[in-house]
Ligand binder design. Structure first.
Ligand code: GLP
Length: 266
């Protein structure tokens, strides 16, 4: 068995705790262990804070592994977890809803809600399929605040350094809102629209850096060769509007899960 962690460190210039894995599968296993333990510890809390969830290709194997793990739990324990479940997703396209395969709502139904048979009221995602997305964004923020803000937040990294759909330039005080998607993000996400850029919505609702930085703990997962340049930039950059993920350096509990491919240029 290969050594799963190539190294784990905290750099002076870079406050994240980084774990670099030889292979993506090893990373998935370890983050699943972590999430499982976190969910177990949540069972003991009277008012656990909501989980912050992300979508995207990076998260797919994590959800698959986590569902398998949870399904091996004793029935009573799993029922207890689901009874007290509360999660908030980061973002959603404007103009897409449950009937659109590409919506993040459909994604979460496929990867989490249906496999766990989760009650809809325990799972939150911005409503992008509405006449008034600004109002939906505002309402979403209110809901999150009513639930006490985020506990742990899972994050993927966009090719241009976005987190959620916080596109550059973005401020660390930005709150949940409607945003315009950059052409690079629309290109990056066109794969799930059959490669047709014209089908990718131009707007989205996203939690802002204000809500993300307010989470108790943040776990940023970066895998694959296509992320190696943006990861290198992130590790060396100061906090800047041009690289939204760089604002995470303002948070004291950020954990970076990286595979060897993504780390190749660092
Ligand atoms: C998408 C989503 C993010 C996601 C990121 C990375 O556009 N808005 O929530 O984490 O970009 O996506 P992927 O994991 O597919 O590379």
């Amino acid at each position: 068995m290969k050594n799963s962690i190539l190294f784990a460190s905290v750099r002076d210039s870079f406050p994240y705790q980084i774990k670099v894995f030889e292979e993506q599968t090893l990373l998935i296993k370890e983050i699943t262990d972590f999430l499982e333990n976190y969910l177990l510890s949540r069972l003991l809390e009277s008012f656990p804070k909501p989980l912050g969830l992300a979508t995207g290709r990076t998260m797919e194997p994590i959800y698959r592994a986590l569902i398998n793990r949870l399904k091996s739990w004793p029935k009573v324990q799993l029922e207890e977890l689901l009874k007290n479940w509360c999660s908030f997703n980061l973002d959603e396209y404007v103009g897409l809803g449950i009937d659109d395969y590409e919506s993040f709502l459909s994604y979460m139904k496929r990867f989490l809600v249906d496999p766990l048979d989760l009650s809809p009221e325990k799972f939150h995602i911005p409503n992008g399929n509405t006449e008034d997305p600004d109002k939906a964004a505002f309402r979403y923020l209110e809901e999150l605040q009513e639930c006490g803000g985020l506990g742990i937040q899972l994050l993927g990294l966009g090719g241009n350094g976005h987190i959620g759909f916080n596109e550059p330039p973005c401020n660390n005080k930005d709150s949940c809102r409607v945003v315009s998607l950059s052409s690079s993000t629309r290109k990056q996400n066109a794969f799930s629209f059959g490669g047709d850029l014209n089908k990718v919505p131009s707007k989205a609702i996203t939690l802002g850096l204000a809500e993300i930085l307010n989470a108790d703990e943040i776990h940023l997962v970066v895998t694959g060769k296509e992320k190696m340049f943006i990861l290198k930039e992130l590790l060396s950059s100061d906090c800047t509007e041009n690289l939204p993920a760089s604002w995470l350096k303002l948070h004291s509990r950020v954990f970076l899960w990286v595979d060897k491919d993504a780390y190749a240029k660092c």
